[in-house]
Design a binder for this molecule. Structure first.
Ligand SMILES: Nc1ncnc2c1ncn2[C@@H]1O[C@H](COP(=O)(O)OP(=O)(O)OP(=O)(O)O)[C@@H](O)[C@H]1O
Ligand SMILES: [Mg+2]
Length: 238
């Protein structure tokens, strides 16, 4: 049978994957005596899987991860200060449903960004939305937005995703505008939206990063209330 009519209708439905695969699937099914229900099941499952993959790719793109590395690329024996069981608990994604935070602390090169990306990828695979930003890029964005009177837009952007990842807190000092903007985001996300934060500085040094001890204390109080902290030690992997 000529399948042009079927392909045309599948395309009208937006089932492009099935439209492309139809001839092969029909041929396989008749060769192997596949039942109608089994045929339909395979066809629907393939289309759903394809659409889910497209959605995942869209979410990954929107998350603006600097690169893609998974937890399978992480060498746990190299990093004995890190308990794989605690990392695996994070990978279940429970903290996202509970609006909790993950804090990765440690010196340069110990895998903070790698772990943050792995955790974000897992969350994206589970269907969550995420957004990655370095503290320095956030500071630049805030400066620009402040000049244009668009700080509220920044707050909205960073409150929207299920998971916000802010990397490299501590390498650059926040100015007043970016510190206050981050405080508002953290306040709005408190107990609502999960965050992953990485820093090379211990909590006692956060006053200096934000140029304001009172603000840093209030920020940390909200961040740490429902959180898991990983204190990573050791030498750089680089
Ligand atoms: N235990 C590990 N197993 C495999 N790769 C690792 C491990 N630790 C670090 N790496 C790799 O080493 C490089 C440096 O790690 P990463 O960028 O995550 O460090 P970091 O803690 O974020 O450092 P910085 O504070 O300088 O940003 C990356 O390419 C990362 O993939
Ligand atoms: Mg890093």
């Amino acid at each position: 049978m000529n399948t042009d009519n079927l392909v045309e209708r599948l395309k009208l439905l937006g089932w492009s994957y099935t439209a492309d695969q139809l001839d092969g699937l029909l041929e396989d099914s008749s060769k192997n005596n596949v039942s109608y229900s089994e045929f339909l099941y395979t066809l629907l499952s393939n289309e759903i899987e394809y659409k889910e993959q497209l959605e995942l790719e869209k979410r990954i793109k929107k998350a603006r991860l600097p690169y893609v590395k998974t937890i399978h690329d992480f060498d746990f024996p190299f990093q004995p200060s890190l308990d794989p069981k605690r990392v695996n608990e994070v990978l279940t994604g429970r903290y996202i449903h509970n609006g909790e935070n993950i804090i990765l602390l440690g010196p340069p090169g110990v895998g903070k960004t790698h772990l943050a990306i792995s955790m974000a990828l897992e969350a994206l695979t589970q269907g969550h939305t995420a957004l990655f930003i370095t503290a320095n890029d956030f500071i630049s964005e805030c400066r620009k937005a402040h000049k244009e009177g668009l700080i509220q837009r920044i707050i909205k952007r960073y409150c929207r995703p299920d998971l916000l990842i802010m990397d490299e807190i501590g390498y650059f000092a926040f100015d007043e505008v970016s510190a206050h903007t981050l405080f508002q985001i953290i306040s709005k996300r408190y107990e609502q939206g999960a965050m992953i934060l990485t820093s090379n500085k211990s909590y006692v040094e956060w006053g200096k990063i934000f140029g304001d001890d009172v603000l840093a204390t209030a920020m940390l109080d909200r961040i740490v209330h429902h959180s898991t902290t990983f204190n990573i030690k050791g030498g750089s992997y680089r």
